[in-house]
Design a protein around this ligand. Structure first.
Ligand code: 5GP
Ligand code: ZN
Length: 120
C-alpha cells in the first residue's frame, strides 16, 4: 500500500534516491539525509502507515518485526549492546507534538560518539 506524495513511500519504491543499508519484502532502512549522530538510520515499513498513533492491533506483528530488525541492524552497524558494551537509541516521533516531520512511520537508530546534533 503506497501513498501518493509520501516521501518515504517513494524512497521505499526507489523513486527517490537514498543510501539504503537494508531492504527486504517488508522493510527498508536507509541513512538519514541530515544525520544527528555518526550512525543515523531510518527504518520504515513498505506499508504506508502515517504514524504510530495510526497503528492498530493488526499492525502488532509488523511492529514486532520492525523492532527486531532495528536490533539486527544495530548489530550490522556495529552498535549493538553486547558484553563489550556500546548501544544505540531508537526514536519514533509521533505527530506534531512529537516532532514528526515525515508522516510515514519510521524508527530512528542513533549511535556513536557524543555530542549528537539536535533532531528536528
Ligand atoms: P521525523 O522528525 O519525522 O521523525 O524525522 C524525519 C527524518 O527524515 C529527519 O531526521 C530527516 O533528516 C529525514 N529526512 C527527511 N527527508 C529525507 C530524505 O529525502 N532522505 C532521507 N534519507 N532522509 C530524509
Ligand atoms: Zn508512505
Amino acid at each position: 500500500m503506497s501513498h501518493e506524495n509520501c516521501l518515504f513511500c517513494k524512497i521505499a519504491a526507489g523513486e527517490i534516491p537514498s543510501t539504503k543499508v537494508h531492504e527486504d519484502e517488508e522493510f527498508v532502512a536507509f541513512k538519514d539525509i541530515r544525520p544527528a549522530a555518526q550512525t543515523h538510520i531510518l527504518v520504515i515499513p513498505r506499508k504506508h502507515i502515517a504514524t504510530l498513533s495510526n497503528c492498530t492491533e493488526s499492525d502488532a506483528p509488523l511492529l514486532g518485526r520492525m523492532m527486531i530488525l532495528v536490533s539486527r541492524l544495530a548489530e550490522q552497524l556495529g552498535c549493538a549492546y553486547t558484553g563489550g558494551e556500546t548501544g544505540f537509541r531508537t526514536v519514533i516521533n509521533t505527530g506534531p507534538g512529537g516532532g514528526q516531520e515525515v508522516y510515514h512511520l519510521h524508527a530512528h537508530i542513533l549511535a556513536g560518539p557524543r555530542p549528537w546534533h539536535r533532531m528536528g
